[in-house]
Design a binder for this molecule. Sequence first.
Ligand SMILES: Nc1ncnc2c1ncn2[C@@H]1O[C@H](COP(=O)(O)OP(=O)(O)OP(=O)(O)O)[C@@H](O)[C@H]1O
Ligand SMILES: [Mg+2]
Length: 330
Amino acid sequence: MFIDGRGHITLANRMCDDIFQADTSEWLEHLYYDCIHDHNFVLFIQYVFLTETHAHEQLYFDDGWSVKHYEAYGTPVTNSKSQLHGVVVVLHDITGVKRLEEIRKDFVANVSHELKTPVTSLKGFAETLLNESMENQDVQRQFLEIIWKESDRLQDLVGDLLELSRIETHNFQLNLQPIDLSKIGAETERLLRKKADDKSLQFNVSSEGNKEMIGDAARIKQILLNLLTNAIAYTGEGGEVELNIYEEAEFIVCRVSDTGIGIEKQDLPRVFERFYRVDKARSRDLGGTGLGLAIVKHLLEAHEGTIEAKSKPNVGTMFTICFPKEWSGW
Ligand SMILES: Nc1ncnc2c1ncn2[C@@H]1O[C@H](COP(=O)(O)OP(=O)(O)OP(=O)(O)O)[C@@H](O)[C@H]1O
Ligand SMILES: [Mg+2]
């Protein structure tokens, strides 16, 4: 936008219509402060006129529906005798950058919060053990167990965070090989059998048809582990957890289902977000930080796979993942 020495707008490009949500061709030959309603922007232009120096500021325009952020640049235009001809102002839309900044801030806040809780309790229990002459061996042991559990959680959290950031780097590469999903399913079952037995859960694994595909065995194992760990964690004593692997025309499908507490409809689309937990208090008791499904989603995307979740509160939950058979890497 160009504003001449008298303060009249003499040029406004087409983008101005979008930015100001107005027909800015009608602004031409009018005083800028009569046309522009945003007080801060008017002040900004005024500043450039008064100081006759280059200025640069972040502004935002709120039209009641949405907020748009702009980087505003203003430069005086002078002739060879240093007389002011007018001012050029340029607005650069930085709404997307601002949004990313928000996400980053949220993320840091979440991580710090998640780290703070176990660290506080580690410190508290260690302090008590150190300060008080504790005769009672049982209580001592109890405290040490809490310390062990909390440090274990901390280790999981840090591990998950590292895993997520590794997956998100540009040069993240899968170690692709011909794999057999039923083998991976069986390995996962072996790892989790005890956890399921401890809760007296019925844990069934079945596989049918051809389950050979191209994929990264370690990553797919991680996907199944995360889903099944959830199924076991969020299912009460005596319930059922199932892993079915089968073949469809174009896909190899893995289905993890449980007869657990379920997820309310409004929470379902959000469970894949980092740190999202349906019931924070309960989930934390179970040791969760809300990163498991975010990792699952990323790893699946790397395999061009999809995931779908269905659930009914107090009935159970079913996660279905599909790997395209055709996919052979890239
Ligand atoms: N099978 C399930 N049944 C009921 N709720 C589930 C199930 N799977 C996931 N959820 C809900 O979705 C949330 C997110 O799951 P996610 O695995 O990402 O995190 P988490 O289990 O809390 O922590 P972690 O990072 O240790 O896996 C859980 O906190 C839980 O509320
Ligand atoms: Mg989990």
